[in-house]
Design a protein around this ligand. Sequence first.
Ligand SMILES: Cc1ncc(COP(=O)(O)O)c(C=O)c1O
Length: 390
Amino acid sequence: MRSIGTRTRSRNGTAQSGPFVSAPPSRLFRPTWAEVDLHALHRNLRRFKGLMPSGTKLMFVVKGDAYGHGAVPVARWVQERRGADWLGVSSVEEGVALREAGVRLPILVLGSLYPFETFLAGVQYQLTPTVASQSGVQGLAEVARRVGARVKCHLKLDTGMGRIGMGWPSGLEVARAINPANGLELEGLYTHLSCAESDPAFTRLQLKRFMAALGDLSREGIRVRYRHAANSAAALKVPASRLDLVRPGIAIYGLARGFEPVMTLRTRLVYLKTVKPGTPIGYGRTFRTKKAARIATIPIGYADGVPRRLSNRGHVLIRGRKCPIAGVVSMDMTTIDVTAVPQAHAGDEVVLIGASGRERVGFDDWAKWSDTISYEVVTRLGHRVPRVYR
Ligand SMILES: Cc1ncc(COP(=O)(O)O)c(C=O)c1O
């Protein structure tokens, strides 16, 4: 595909396109693509790290295919740039994919606790498992016997999330069992905060419980190298949560205030027509033109992750103007009312996520329009949309 326009750099260093167009990947038959600005991601990592105390390590959370950004290219880039000390994934599969792609950074598997046989593959791929039960510890001890080597693990405590994690003091028994006699080493103790963004009092309570558990361990002479609790919101807002290591995800992808957006999503107008007043548009005829209108079609739909809830609610950007989604988002196509942009023609770039002129649409807008959170919309961006790395 021909690329149109020039790439420029904005004052804050963000890669930007010429006025309203940019260069899609060269071999693209359907002109729909997501751009991932790895430089912006790296700046976000540097900025985040700069806000933490100097000794605090950073575990960059790349689960969910790096929140839809592509775990392998993102993790490789971070490794090359020494942008993080650790990576966090949700499953052994996610960790194995990174190892097979040459990622050597320490990787903590945040989930995937059962069945315990998965520990074997995890350990063989030098992934650090999470344990959160006595039977998990026994399963891991068995793996340590089989591989004939000391296995490090992190013990997870539930301090108020109600998801995986040991309560206390039952967790103390489990911590005691993680010892060299069982071929194990307790490298980390961690917890997850359920409302760091919204409830400082409950966050403080969770941290208090966590610190009390650490106090008990210390009285027993059990020391852990990494005590960690903070996701992006906690690390940014609650200094007491930073401890030895922080685990940001969302902020590094630029989906928190103060950080640069990393992903843009673009397509092109592929079809336009002028219709009469009263013309129904799309499935279910949920939109009807009030006057003569220009209706354009773009080749992207809910199979690509565009929430169907954006139907008759969201907008896209064309030539720096907001253009409303008219009718329901269908599986592979979406219809746009471009009446307000008379110059619009087939081939014009359409920004679904990103900036055009003075306007911007973010994943937070998609989340608002579809009554969910930006985590959900960004991780749902479909595999059918090629990611292009800058
Ligand atoms: C255990 C754990 N730590 C850290 C994170 C990163 O959270 P955030 O993306 O809010 O920074 C997550 C994400 O859900 C998580 O599950």
